[in-house]
Ligand binder design. Structure first.
Ligand SMILES: Nc1ncnc2c1ncn2[C@@H]1O[C@H](COP(=O)(O)OP(=O)(O)OP(=O)(O)O)[C@@H](O)[C@H]1O
Ligand SMILES: O=P(O)(O)OC[C@H]1O[C@H](OP(=O)(O)OP(=O)(O)O)[C@H](O)[C@@H]1O
Ligand SMILES: O=C(O)c1cccnc1
Length: 491
Protein backbone atom coordinates (compact mmCIF):
# COMPACT_ATOMS: atom_id res chain seq x y z
CA UNK A 1 0.00 0.00 0.00
CA UNK A 2 1.46 3.36 -1.02
CA UNK A 3 0.72 6.42 1.09
CA UNK A 4 0.84 9.80 -0.73
CA UNK A 5 2.57 7.90 -3.53
CA UNK A 6 5.75 7.47 -1.46
CA UNK A 7 7.88 4.32 -1.21
CA UNK A 8 7.31 3.98 2.49
CA UNK A 9 10.16 1.85 3.89
CA UNK A 10 9.52 0.68 7.42
CA UNK A 11 12.91 1.96 8.65
CA UNK A 12 11.33 5.28 9.59
CA UNK A 13 8.78 3.49 11.74
CA UNK A 14 10.98 4.46 14.65
CA UNK A 15 10.99 7.16 17.28
CA UNK A 16 12.93 10.26 16.33
CA UNK A 17 15.14 10.00 19.40
CA UNK A 18 16.53 6.79 17.98
CA UNK A 19 17.73 8.63 14.86
CA UNK A 20 19.18 11.31 17.14
CA UNK A 21 21.21 8.63 18.95
CA UNK A 22 22.20 6.88 15.72
CA UNK A 23 23.57 10.19 14.47
CA UNK A 24 25.67 10.65 17.60
CA UNK A 25 26.93 7.04 17.37
CA UNK A 26 27.91 7.60 13.73
CA UNK A 27 29.57 10.98 14.29
CA UNK A 28 31.53 9.56 17.23
CA UNK A 29 32.52 6.45 15.29
CA UNK A 30 30.94 4.04 17.77
CA UNK A 31 27.97 3.01 15.64
CA UNK A 32 29.47 -0.38 14.79
CA UNK A 33 30.45 -1.33 18.33
CA UNK A 34 28.51 -4.43 19.32
CA UNK A 35 25.63 -4.19 21.72
CA UNK A 36 23.02 -6.52 23.16
CA UNK A 37 19.46 -5.40 23.86
CA UNK A 38 16.76 -7.47 25.54
CA UNK A 39 13.02 -7.11 25.60
CA UNK A 40 10.80 -7.99 28.57
CA UNK A 41 7.61 -6.86 30.29
CA UNK A 42 7.19 -6.20 33.99
CA UNK A 43 3.71 -7.59 34.71
CA UNK A 44 1.69 -10.34 33.11
CA UNK A 45 -1.23 -8.73 31.27
CA UNK A 46 -4.79 -8.92 32.66
CA UNK A 47 -3.35 -10.08 36.01
CA UNK A 48 -3.03 -13.41 34.26
CA UNK A 49 -0.63 -16.11 35.45
CA UNK A 50 1.21 -16.24 32.10
CA UNK A 51 1.35 -14.59 28.68
CA UNK A 52 1.29 -16.17 25.22
CA UNK A 53 4.18 -15.17 22.96
CA UNK A 54 3.16 -13.99 19.46
CA UNK A 55 4.52 -11.54 16.90
CA UNK A 56 7.66 -13.28 15.63
CA UNK A 57 6.41 -13.76 12.07
CA UNK A 58 5.70 -10.06 11.65
CA UNK A 59 9.08 -9.17 13.18
CA UNK A 60 10.87 -11.54 10.79
CA UNK A 61 9.15 -9.93 7.84
CA UNK A 62 9.96 -6.45 9.18
CA UNK A 63 13.65 -7.27 9.70
CA UNK A 64 14.02 -8.98 6.34
CA UNK A 65 12.68 -5.92 4.56
CA UNK A 66 14.37 -3.31 6.72
CA UNK A 67 15.95 -0.56 4.61
CA UNK A 68 15.83 3.20 4.17
CA UNK A 69 14.01 3.93 0.92
CA UNK A 70 14.90 6.84 -1.38
CA UNK A 71 11.95 8.86 -0.13
CA UNK A 72 12.93 8.08 3.50
CA UNK A 73 16.35 9.60 2.84
CA UNK A 74 14.80 12.56 0.96
CA UNK A 75 12.52 13.18 3.92
CA UNK A 76 15.41 13.12 6.40
CA UNK A 77 17.46 15.37 4.13
CA UNK A 78 14.64 17.92 4.00
CA UNK A 79 14.39 17.73 7.77
CA UNK A 80 17.87 19.25 7.87
CA UNK A 81 19.19 17.74 11.13
CA UNK A 82 21.60 15.18 9.66
CA UNK A 83 24.55 15.62 7.33
CA UNK A 84 24.83 14.00 3.92
CA UNK A 85 27.45 11.45 4.96
CA UNK A 86 25.09 10.06 7.59
CA UNK A 87 22.21 9.95 5.13
CA UNK A 88 24.31 7.98 2.65
CA UNK A 89 25.34 5.67 5.49
CA UNK A 90 21.70 5.05 6.42
CA UNK A 91 20.83 4.34 2.80
CA UNK A 92 23.37 1.52 2.72
CA UNK A 93 22.48 -0.10 6.04
CA UNK A 94 21.51 -3.74 5.71
CA UNK A 95 20.39 -5.61 8.80
CA UNK A 96 23.26 -7.70 10.12
CA UNK A 97 22.33 -8.49 13.73
CA UNK A 98 21.85 -11.76 15.60
CA UNK A 99 18.36 -12.22 16.98
CA UNK A 100 17.24 -14.71 19.60
CA UNK A 101 13.61 -14.97 20.52
CA UNK A 102 10.99 -17.03 22.23
CA UNK A 103 8.99 -18.74 19.49
CA UNK A 104 5.31 -18.16 18.84
CA UNK A 105 2.92 -20.23 20.89
CA UNK A 106 5.35 -20.55 23.80
CA UNK A 107 4.42 -19.10 27.17
CA UNK A 108 6.31 -16.18 28.67
CA UNK A 109 6.28 -14.49 32.05
CA UNK A 110 6.99 -11.08 33.52
CA UNK A 111 10.61 -10.06 34.06
CA UNK A 112 12.32 -12.52 31.77
CA UNK A 113 13.99 -11.74 28.44
CA UNK A 114 11.76 -12.77 25.57
CA UNK A 115 13.61 -11.23 22.62
CA UNK A 116 17.28 -10.28 22.13
CA UNK A 117 19.11 -8.35 19.45
CA UNK A 118 22.91 -8.39 19.25
CA UNK A 119 24.91 -6.49 16.66
CA UNK A 120 26.08 -3.01 15.67
CA UNK A 121 24.86 -0.50 18.24
CA UNK A 122 22.97 1.62 15.72
CA UNK A 123 21.08 -1.29 14.16
CA UNK A 124 20.10 -2.67 17.56
CA UNK A 125 18.68 0.75 18.34
CA UNK A 126 16.92 1.25 15.04
CA UNK A 127 14.59 -1.73 15.44
CA UNK A 128 13.43 -0.97 19.00
CA UNK A 129 10.20 0.84 18.21
CA UNK A 130 8.86 -1.61 15.64
CA UNK A 131 9.86 -4.71 17.61
CA UNK A 132 8.19 -3.40 20.76
CA UNK A 133 5.09 -2.30 18.90
CA UNK A 134 4.61 -5.74 17.37
CA UNK A 135 5.30 -7.69 20.57
CA UNK A 136 3.31 -5.36 22.78
CA UNK A 137 0.21 -5.84 20.68
CA UNK A 138 0.35 -9.47 19.67
CA UNK A 139 1.33 -10.87 23.08
CA UNK A 140 -1.49 -8.86 24.64
CA UNK A 141 -4.12 -10.17 22.23
CA UNK A 142 -2.87 -13.76 22.29
CA UNK A 143 -3.02 -13.69 26.10
CA UNK A 144 -6.51 -12.22 26.12
CA UNK A 145 -7.56 -14.89 23.62
CA UNK A 146 -6.11 -17.62 25.85
CA UNK A 147 -8.18 -16.33 28.77
CA UNK A 148 -11.31 -16.33 26.62
CA UNK A 149 -10.50 -19.83 25.37
CA UNK A 150 -10.13 -21.01 28.94
CA UNK A 151 -13.63 -19.69 29.74
CA UNK A 152 -15.19 -21.14 26.58
CA UNK A 153 -13.69 -24.63 27.03
CA UNK A 154 -14.51 -26.80 24.05
CA UNK A 155 -17.16 -24.43 22.64
CA UNK A 156 -16.39 -22.84 19.29
CA UNK A 157 -14.81 -19.36 19.38
CA UNK A 158 -15.13 -16.93 16.48
CA UNK A 159 -12.99 -13.81 16.27
CA UNK A 160 -15.21 -10.87 15.21
CA UNK A 161 -12.97 -7.92 16.13
CA UNK A 162 -11.72 -6.34 12.92
CA UNK A 163 -14.34 -3.56 12.79
CA UNK A 164 -13.41 -2.45 16.31
CA UNK A 165 -9.63 -2.92 16.06
CA UNK A 166 -7.59 0.25 16.50
CA UNK A 167 -6.26 -0.10 12.95
CA UNK A 168 -6.49 -2.40 9.93
CA UNK A 169 -3.23 -4.21 10.69
CA UNK A 170 -4.30 -4.69 14.31
CA UNK A 171 -7.40 -6.52 13.09
CA UNK A 172 -5.26 -8.72 10.87
CA UNK A 173 -2.48 -9.63 13.30
CA UNK A 174 -4.92 -9.72 16.20
CA UNK A 175 -6.94 -12.36 14.36
CA UNK A 176 -3.75 -14.39 13.97
CA UNK A 177 -2.79 -13.98 17.64
CA UNK A 178 -6.28 -15.12 18.67
CA UNK A 179 -6.03 -18.18 16.46
CA UNK A 180 -2.66 -19.12 17.99
CA UNK A 181 -4.23 -19.03 21.45
CA UNK A 182 -7.20 -21.23 20.59
CA UNK A 183 -9.86 -19.33 18.62
CA UNK A 184 -11.34 -21.50 15.89
CA UNK A 185 -12.00 -19.03 13.09
CA UNK A 186 -12.02 -15.35 12.17
CA UNK A 187 -14.44 -13.12 10.32
CA UNK A 188 -11.48 -11.25 8.74
CA UNK A 189 -11.27 -12.57 5.20
CA UNK A 190 -7.80 -11.09 4.61
CA UNK A 191 -6.50 -13.00 7.64
CA UNK A 192 -8.03 -16.10 6.07
CA UNK A 193 -6.21 -15.47 2.82
CA UNK A 194 -2.83 -14.44 4.25
CA UNK A 195 -2.59 -16.85 7.19
CA UNK A 196 -4.96 -19.67 6.19
CA UNK A 197 -7.06 -19.13 9.31
CA UNK A 198 -10.52 -20.70 8.86
CA UNK A 199 -13.00 -17.94 8.00
CA UNK A 200 -16.56 -17.91 9.35
CA UNK A 201 -19.49 -15.55 9.17
CA UNK A 202 -23.22 -15.16 9.56
CA UNK A 203 -25.00 -12.01 8.37
CA UNK A 204 -25.67 -8.58 9.82
CA UNK A 205 -28.84 -6.76 10.89
CA UNK A 206 -28.67 -4.81 7.61
CA UNK A 207 -29.98 -7.81 5.66
CA UNK A 208 -33.06 -8.07 7.85
CA UNK A 209 -33.51 -4.30 7.90
CA UNK A 210 -33.48 -4.28 4.10
CA UNK A 211 -36.31 -6.80 3.85
CA UNK A 212 -37.97 -5.29 6.91
CA UNK A 213 -38.93 -8.71 8.20
CA UNK A 214 -37.07 -11.78 9.40
CA UNK A 215 -38.79 -14.32 7.19
CA UNK A 216 -38.08 -12.61 3.84
CA UNK A 217 -34.48 -11.91 4.83
CA UNK A 218 -33.80 -15.50 5.93
CA UNK A 219 -35.53 -16.87 2.84
CA UNK A 220 -33.39 -14.72 0.55
CA UNK A 221 -30.27 -15.80 2.42
CA UNK A 222 -31.28 -19.46 2.26
CA UNK A 223 -31.93 -19.21 -1.49
CA UNK A 224 -28.40 -17.93 -2.00
CA UNK A 225 -26.39 -19.99 0.54
CA UNK A 226 -26.13 -23.62 1.51
CA UNK A 227 -24.86 -23.23 5.09
CA UNK A 228 -27.21 -20.92 6.98
CA UNK A 229 -26.88 -19.21 10.35
CA UNK A 230 -29.62 -16.61 10.79
CA UNK A 231 -29.32 -13.51 12.98
CA UNK A 232 -32.59 -13.66 14.91
CA UNK A 233 -32.64 -10.61 17.19
CA UNK A 234 -33.40 -7.71 14.85
CA UNK A 235 -37.05 -7.30 15.96
CA UNK A 236 -38.02 -9.97 18.46
CA UNK A 237 -35.90 -13.08 18.91
CA UNK A 238 -38.54 -15.41 20.34
CA UNK A 239 -41.67 -14.15 18.61
CA UNK A 240 -40.30 -13.46 15.15
CA UNK A 241 -36.61 -14.30 14.65
CA UNK A 242 -36.52 -17.95 15.69
CA UNK A 243 -39.99 -18.90 14.30
CA UNK A 244 -39.01 -17.35 10.95
CA UNK A 245 -35.70 -19.21 10.91
CA UNK A 246 -37.49 -22.50 11.59
CA UNK A 247 -40.12 -21.80 8.93
CA UNK A 248 -37.47 -21.08 6.29
CA UNK A 249 -35.46 -24.16 7.30
CA UNK A 250 -38.56 -26.36 6.96
CA UNK A 251 -39.47 -24.89 3.57
CA UNK A 252 -35.95 -25.26 2.21
CA UNK A 253 -35.47 -28.80 3.57
CA UNK A 254 -32.33 -30.48 2.21
CA UNK A 255 -31.50 -27.54 0.00
CA UNK A 256 -29.80 -25.88 2.95
CA UNK A 257 -27.93 -26.87 6.05
CA UNK A 258 -29.60 -25.02 8.94
CA UNK A 259 -26.48 -24.61 11.02
CA UNK A 260 -27.44 -22.03 13.57
CA UNK A 261 -29.07 -18.88 14.84
CA UNK A 262 -27.18 -15.90 16.24
CA UNK A 263 -28.32 -13.79 19.19
CA UNK A 264 -26.71 -10.36 19.53
CA UNK A 265 -28.67 -8.65 22.33
CA UNK A 266 -30.80 -9.09 25.42
CA UNK A 267 -30.43 -11.46 28.33
CA UNK A 268 -28.51 -14.18 26.58
CA UNK A 269 -28.91 -16.77 29.34
CA UNK A 270 -32.67 -16.55 29.32
CA UNK A 271 -33.09 -16.10 25.58
CA UNK A 272 -30.69 -18.88 24.61
CA UNK A 273 -32.61 -21.39 26.77
CA UNK A 274 -35.90 -20.44 25.16
CA UNK A 275 -34.32 -20.53 21.69
CA UNK A 276 -32.93 -24.01 22.39
CA UNK A 277 -36.39 -25.24 23.39
CA UNK A 278 -37.92 -23.88 20.20
CA UNK A 279 -35.23 -25.38 17.97
CA UNK A 280 -35.42 -28.75 19.74
CA UNK A 281 -39.24 -28.78 19.58
CA UNK A 282 -39.01 -28.21 15.84
CA UNK A 283 -36.56 -31.12 15.53
CA UNK A 284 -33.45 -29.01 15.00
CA UNK A 285 -31.49 -30.47 17.87
CA UNK A 286 -28.16 -30.15 16.03
CA UNK A 287 -28.68 -26.51 15.09
CA UNK A 288 -26.26 -24.38 17.08
CA UNK A 289 -26.81 -21.17 19.00
CA UNK A 290 -24.24 -18.46 18.37
CA UNK A 291 -23.94 -15.50 20.74
CA UNK A 292 -22.22 -12.15 20.28
CA UNK A 293 -22.41 -8.72 21.97
CA UNK A 294 -19.44 -7.35 23.89
CA UNK A 295 -18.43 -10.77 25.14
CA UNK A 296 -15.24 -11.58 26.99
CA UNK A 297 -13.99 -14.25 29.40
CA UNK A 298 -16.05 -12.86 32.28
CA UNK A 299 -19.39 -12.75 30.43
CA UNK A 300 -18.78 -16.12 28.85
CA UNK A 301 -17.99 -17.68 32.21
CA UNK A 302 -21.01 -16.01 33.74
CA UNK A 303 -23.36 -17.07 30.98
CA UNK A 304 -22.15 -20.64 31.29
CA UNK A 305 -22.76 -20.49 35.05
CA UNK A 306 -26.33 -19.41 34.33
CA UNK A 307 -26.79 -22.46 32.13
CA UNK A 308 -26.96 -20.49 28.87
CA UNK A 309 -27.48 -22.78 25.89
CA UNK A 310 -24.79 -21.22 23.74
CA UNK A 311 -22.57 -23.37 21.52
CA UNK A 312 -20.52 -20.75 19.72
CA UNK A 313 -19.16 -17.44 20.94
CA UNK A 314 -18.41 -14.51 18.63
CA UNK A 315 -15.95 -12.16 20.32
CA UNK A 316 -14.90 -8.78 18.93
CA UNK A 317 -14.19 -5.51 20.75
CA UNK A 318 -13.04 -6.84 24.07
CA UNK A 319 -10.58 -9.23 22.48
CA UNK A 320 -9.06 -7.21 19.67
CA UNK A 321 -8.55 -4.02 21.67
CA UNK A 322 -7.24 -5.69 24.82
CA UNK A 323 -10.04 -3.61 26.35
CA UNK A 324 -9.41 -3.92 30.10
CA UNK A 325 -5.66 -3.58 29.58
CA UNK A 326 -4.78 -1.72 26.40
CA UNK A 327 -0.97 -1.94 26.77
CA UNK A 328 1.44 -4.72 27.73
CA UNK A 329 4.26 -2.30 28.52
CA UNK A 330 7.15 -4.37 27.18
CA UNK A 331 10.49 -2.54 27.17
CA UNK A 332 13.78 -2.92 25.27
CA UNK A 333 16.93 -2.39 27.30
CA UNK A 334 20.66 -2.47 26.63
CA UNK A 335 22.30 -5.27 28.66
CA UNK A 336 25.81 -5.37 27.19
CA UNK A 337 28.08 -3.18 25.07
CA UNK A 338 31.51 -3.61 23.47
CA UNK A 339 34.25 -1.39 24.89
CA UNK A 340 36.98 0.29 22.84
CA UNK A 341 39.16 -2.82 23.14
CA UNK A 342 36.60 -5.27 21.79
CA UNK A 343 35.50 -6.68 25.19
CA UNK A 344 31.80 -7.06 25.92
CA UNK A 345 30.82 -5.21 29.11
CA UNK A 346 27.54 -5.81 30.85
CA UNK A 347 25.38 -2.74 31.53
CA UNK A 348 22.74 -1.91 34.06
CA UNK A 349 19.93 0.61 34.50
CA UNK A 350 19.46 1.56 38.15
CA UNK A 351 16.21 2.74 39.68
CA UNK A 352 14.89 3.53 43.13
CA UNK A 353 12.09 1.17 42.17
CA UNK A 354 13.62 -2.30 42.69
CA UNK A 355 11.38 -3.73 40.03
CA UNK A 356 12.86 -1.38 37.44
CA UNK A 357 16.51 -2.28 38.00
CA UNK A 358 17.58 -4.15 34.90
CA UNK A 359 19.55 -7.41 35.04
CA UNK A 360 22.94 -6.96 33.34
CA UNK A 361 24.42 -9.28 30.74
CA UNK A 362 23.17 -11.44 27.94
CA UNK A 363 20.97 -14.19 29.24
CA UNK A 364 19.17 -17.41 28.46
CA UNK A 365 15.83 -18.44 29.94
CA UNK A 366 15.33 -22.10 30.78
CA UNK A 367 11.92 -23.64 31.25
CA UNK A 368 12.29 -26.16 34.05
CA UNK A 369 9.91 -29.10 33.86
CA UNK A 370 9.57 -31.85 36.41
CA UNK A 371 9.91 -35.34 34.93
CA UNK A 372 8.35 -36.84 38.04
CA UNK A 373 5.23 -34.69 37.80
CA UNK A 374 3.92 -35.15 34.25
CA UNK A 375 6.56 -32.80 32.88
CA UNK A 376 4.71 -29.82 34.33
CA UNK A 377 6.61 -26.53 34.45
CA UNK A 378 8.31 -25.84 37.79
CA UNK A 379 9.35 -22.33 36.86
CA UNK A 380 11.69 -20.39 34.61
CA UNK A 381 15.37 -20.10 35.40
CA UNK A 382 17.32 -17.17 33.96
CA UNK A 383 21.05 -17.69 33.53
CA UNK A 384 24.00 -15.92 31.98
CA UNK A 385 24.25 -17.09 28.39
CA UNK A 386 27.11 -19.55 28.96
CA UNK A 387 25.45 -21.48 31.81
CA UNK A 388 24.11 -24.98 31.13
CA UNK A 389 21.58 -25.92 33.83
CA UNK A 390 20.46 -28.83 31.62
CA UNK A 391 23.76 -30.55 32.47
CA UNK A 392 23.24 -30.31 36.26
CA UNK A 393 21.87 -33.17 38.35
CA UNK A 394 20.06 -30.85 40.73
CA UNK A 395 18.93 -27.28 40.58
CA UNK A 396 18.52 -24.79 43.40
CA UNK A 397 15.81 -22.26 42.52
CA UNK A 398 15.14 -19.22 44.68
CA UNK A 399 13.02 -16.09 44.51
CA UNK A 400 15.12 -13.19 43.16
CA UNK A 401 13.93 -10.79 45.88
CA UNK A 402 12.83 -13.03 48.75
CA UNK A 403 15.72 -15.44 48.46
CA UNK A 404 14.56 -17.57 51.41
CA UNK A 405 11.73 -18.82 49.19
CA UNK A 406 13.58 -21.63 47.49
CA UNK A 407 13.44 -25.22 46.32
CA UNK A 408 15.90 -27.81 45.07
CA UNK A 409 14.78 -30.11 42.29
CA UNK A 410 16.40 -33.22 40.94
CA UNK A 411 14.29 -34.91 38.27
CA UNK A 412 14.03 -32.06 35.88
CA UNK A 413 14.52 -31.02 32.29
CA UNK A 414 15.75 -27.56 31.34
CA UNK A 415 14.67 -26.26 27.92
CA UNK A 416 16.20 -23.01 26.59
CA UNK A 417 13.29 -20.88 25.39
CA UNK A 418 15.29 -18.24 23.49
CA UNK A 419 16.10 -19.62 20.05
CA UNK A 420 18.36 -18.31 17.29
CA UNK A 421 16.27 -16.55 14.66
CA UNK A 422 18.80 -14.42 12.74
CA UNK A 423 22.56 -14.81 12.51
CA UNK A 424 24.45 -11.87 11.00
CA UNK A 425 21.17 -10.67 9.54
CA UNK A 426 20.31 -14.02 7.91
CA UNK A 427 17.21 -15.92 8.92
CA UNK A 428 18.30 -19.25 10.43
CA UNK A 429 14.95 -20.29 11.87
CA UNK A 430 12.30 -22.23 9.91
CA UNK A 431 9.05 -20.44 10.60
CA UNK A 432 6.49 -23.11 11.54
CA UNK A 433 3.00 -23.17 10.05
CA UNK A 434 0.24 -21.42 11.96
CA UNK A 435 -1.35 -24.79 12.73
CA UNK A 436 1.93 -25.99 14.27
CA UNK A 437 2.14 -22.81 16.36
CA UNK A 438 -1.43 -23.26 17.56
CA UNK A 439 -0.80 -26.89 18.55
CA UNK A 440 2.43 -25.87 20.27
CA UNK A 441 0.55 -23.24 22.26
CA UNK A 442 -1.97 -25.83 23.41
CA UNK A 443 0.85 -28.19 24.48
CA UNK A 444 2.53 -25.42 26.44
CA UNK A 445 -0.68 -24.54 28.22
CA UNK A 446 -1.19 -28.22 29.04
CA UNK A 447 2.22 -28.30 30.72
CA UNK A 448 1.31 -25.46 33.09
CA UNK A 449 -0.27 -26.30 36.45
CA UNK A 450 -3.90 -25.18 36.77
CA UNK A 451 -2.89 -22.95 39.70
CA UNK A 452 -1.06 -20.64 37.25
CA UNK A 453 -3.85 -20.82 34.69
CA UNK A 454 -6.92 -19.80 36.69
CA UNK A 455 -8.15 -16.43 35.51
CA UNK A 456 -8.63 -14.93 38.97
CA UNK A 457 -5.70 -14.46 41.37
CA UNK A 458 -3.44 -17.11 39.85
CA UNK A 459 -0.38 -18.29 41.78
CA UNK A 460 2.86 -16.49 40.87
CA UNK A 461 4.85 -18.62 38.49
CA UNK A 462 8.51 -18.64 39.61
CA UNK A 463 10.88 -16.64 37.40
CA UNK A 464 14.22 -17.07 39.14
CA UNK A 465 17.81 -16.04 38.55
CA UNK A 466 20.66 -18.54 38.67
CA UNK A 467 23.08 -18.05 41.56
CA UNK A 468 25.70 -16.71 39.15
CA UNK A 469 23.33 -14.22 37.56
CA UNK A 470 22.02 -13.17 40.95
CA UNK A 471 25.57 -12.56 42.24
CA UNK A 472 26.51 -10.79 39.02
CA UNK A 473 23.52 -8.44 39.31
CA UNK A 474 24.23 -7.74 42.97
CA UNK A 475 27.86 -7.03 42.23
CA UNK A 476 26.93 -4.63 39.43
CA UNK A 477 24.40 -2.78 41.55
CA UNK A 478 27.04 -2.33 44.28
CA UNK A 479 29.62 -1.24 41.70
CA UNK A 480 27.30 1.35 40.15
CA UNK A 481 26.19 2.62 43.57
CA UNK A 482 29.84 3.05 44.50
CA UNK A 483 30.54 4.80 41.22
CA UNK A 484 27.62 7.19 41.76
CA UNK A 485 28.79 7.85 45.33
CA UNK A 486 32.26 8.77 44.13
CA UNK A 487 30.77 10.74 41.25
CA UNK A 488 32.38 8.76 38.50
CA UNK A 489 35.91 8.45 39.88
CA UNK A 490 35.85 4.68 40.47
CA UNK A 491 37.45 2.51 37.71
N1 LIG B 1 -27.49 -13.22 31.23
C1 LIG B 1 -26.46 -12.41 31.16
N2 LIG B 1 -25.57 -12.34 32.15
C2 LIG B 1 -24.51 -11.52 32.11
N3 LIG B 1 -24.26 -10.71 31.08
C3 LIG B 1 -25.11 -10.73 30.04
C4 LIG B 1 -26.24 -11.56 30.02
N4 LIG B 1 -26.90 -11.35 28.86
C5 LIG B 1 -26.20 -10.42 28.18
N5 LIG B 1 -25.12 -10.04 28.86
C6 LIG B 1 -24.07 -9.07 28.52
O1 LIG B 1 -24.49 -7.81 29.02
C7 LIG B 1 -23.91 -6.75 28.28
C8 LIG B 1 -24.92 -5.66 27.99
O2 LIG B 1 -26.06 -6.15 27.41
P1 LIG B 1 -27.26 -5.18 27.11
O3 LIG B 1 -28.47 -5.89 27.51
O4 LIG B 1 -27.02 -3.82 27.65
O5 LIG B 1 -27.10 -4.99 25.63
P2 LIG B 1 -28.17 -5.18 24.57
O6 LIG B 1 -29.30 -5.99 25.05
O7 LIG B 1 -27.41 -5.70 23.40
O8 LIG B 1 -28.62 -3.76 24.27
P3 LIG B 1 -28.78 -3.21 22.84
O9 LIG B 1 -30.09 -3.75 22.37
O10 LIG B 1 -28.75 -1.75 23.04
O11 LIG B 1 -27.62 -3.69 22.02
C9 LIG B 1 -23.31 -7.40 27.06
O12 LIG B 1 -21.91 -7.43 27.23
C10 LIG B 1 -23.85 -8.81 27.05
O13 LIG B 1 -22.91 -9.72 26.50
O1 LIG C 1 -19.75 -7.07 20.22
P1 LIG C 1 -18.40 -7.45 19.74
O2 LIG C 1 -17.73 -8.42 20.65
O3 LIG C 1 -17.57 -6.27 19.40
O4 LIG C 1 -18.59 -8.31 18.37
C1 LIG C 1 -18.75 -7.73 17.12
C2 LIG C 1 -20.07 -7.06 16.96
O5 LIG C 1 -20.10 -6.56 15.64
C3 LIG C 1 -21.42 -6.69 15.16
O6 LIG C 1 -22.21 -5.63 15.59
P2 LIG C 1 -22.40 -4.29 14.79
O7 LIG C 1 -23.31 -3.45 15.60
O8 LIG C 1 -21.08 -3.68 14.42
O9 LIG C 1 -23.07 -4.73 13.43
P3 LIG C 1 -24.51 -5.35 13.19
O10 LIG C 1 -25.24 -4.31 12.45
O11 LIG C 1 -24.31 -6.57 12.41
O12 LIG C 1 -25.10 -5.63 14.51
C4 LIG C 1 -21.87 -8.00 15.75
O13 LIG C 1 -23.25 -8.09 15.74
C5 LIG C 1 -21.27 -7.98 17.12
O14 LIG C 1 -22.15 -7.48 18.06
O1 LIG D 1 -20.23 -13.08 11.04
C1 LIG D 1 -20.71 -12.45 11.97
O2 LIG D 1 -21.75 -12.78 12.53
C2 LIG D 1 -20.00 -11.21 12.42
C3 LIG D 1 -18.85 -10.78 11.89
C4 LIG D 1 -18.23 -9.64 12.34
C5 LIG D 1 -18.77 -8.95 13.36
N1 LIG D 1 -19.91 -9.36 13.90
C6 LIG D 1 -20.53 -10.48 13.46
Amino acid sequence: MKINNLDDGLALHTDYYILNMMYTYWKKGINKQRAVFECYFRHNPFKNGYAVFAGLQQIVSYLQNLHFSDSDIDYLRANGEFDEGFLQYLKNITFSCDVRSVVEGDLVFANEPIFQVEGPLDQCSLVETAVLSILNYQILIATKAARIKSAAGTDTLLEFGSRRAQELEAGLWGARAAYIAGFDATSNVRAGKLFKIPVAGTHAHALVQFYQNDYDAFKAYAQTHHDCTFLVDTYDTLKSGVPSAIKVAKEMGDKISFQGVRIDSGDMAYISKRVREKLDDAGYTDTKIVASNDLDETTIQNLKMQGAKIDTWGVGTRLITGYNQPALGAVYKMVAIEDNYGNMLDTLKLSSNVEKISTPGQKQVWRITNSKKDNKSEGDYITLKDEQPNKLSQLHMFHPQYTYISKTITDFKARPILQKIFENGHLVYDLPSLEQIRTYCRQNLDSLWDEYKRDLNPQNYPVDLSQRLYDHKKHYIEYVHQWVKNMGTVD
